[in-house]
Design a protein around this ligand. Sequence first.
Ligand code: DX5
Length: 244
Amino acid sequence: MSEIIPAIIAKDFNELKEKIKLVERRAKTVQLDVMDGIFVSDKTWPLDSFLDHGSGLAQGKPSVNDLEKLETNLFLEAHLMVDNPHRVLNEWLNSKVGRVILHWEAIEKIHNHEILPYKTQVGAGFPISNLAQEAHRNNKEFGVALNLETPITVLNNFISEIDMVLLMSVKPGQGGQKFEESVIPKIILLRQKYPDVKIGVDGGVNKENILKLAEAGAGFLVVGSAIFADDDPAKALEDFKKII
Ligand code: DX5
């Protein structure tokens, strides 16, 4: 059974709250897209400046703790499109999110001396197991996102230690981009190699390609602008659910 996950790119906490309200009666999970302006060029809440993009009046400095003010039963996942994700991981693990998703392309750059002690993956040379164990110690799920150009073979050393793989179908950093078909063979191969792993697809997912993605083996379909750019996001979500 596949699940549609509305993805929210929010400049500030007010926008985040508004977008959650639009879908929360119809969704189970919502993805918070978090961008730091380094790993990807754009910035979102809570890493954007403290200016309120609406009134221009300074608000309190945004932080992950803003989520404590959120009253929702939704399962929240944070898609951290950030450099050095280990430096912010604990803030997210101590928040209301139930799953954190870090990018392989950011993790592989972590210099070993920055995380001690950690169990190095043989042949991998980076601390995935440390990060995943930290998440599990906090009763959170740990996912790894792979950009389009990253082969699924990078997962070989640690797939058994993580809870989900998010396959990007666009270059991370913006909503509304064109879906890249090259993700489909990756889904099929990943599903063949690891029949039980949770597979998400993120970027350019729409009513034309969603069934093909679900049939290829993606159980979590992340949808941003095809829901939130619609005049009626709740109805758009319902329409997606009817397709799969
Ligand atoms: C990476 C973001 C986007 C977003 C989905 O840029 O992760 O992919 O979630 O955006 P759409 O569905 O508008 O491509």
